[in-house]
Design a protein. Sequence first.
Length: 107
Amino acid sequence: MNITGTIDRPLTHDPRKQAPMKPTTNEPNGSAIPDFTTTGASDSRQNRTREMQLIPEALARAHMHERLHEAEQERRAQRLMAARRMQRRAERASLRARRALAMAVMQ
């Protein structure tokens, strides 16, 4: 089955391998942009490709930085909760000791 590519689904996504767009006979003269080639187009395309290949790495790096920041905040919150819990426990123990001392003095 030999199917030619369409605009929505080209045979290849490489612009250098795609057929150049030609004006149709239905269009009036001068309405279509003339065909032209630029020498730096492939170089800029290569640079864009390199930059685009680095985008997922940058996103992953930013995501990991954010996750590490969230984990550090979670650890701080857990340490704070544990410290408050231990402080309340110490205060209760102090009150029990005071009561015990007061009871011992009263008798």
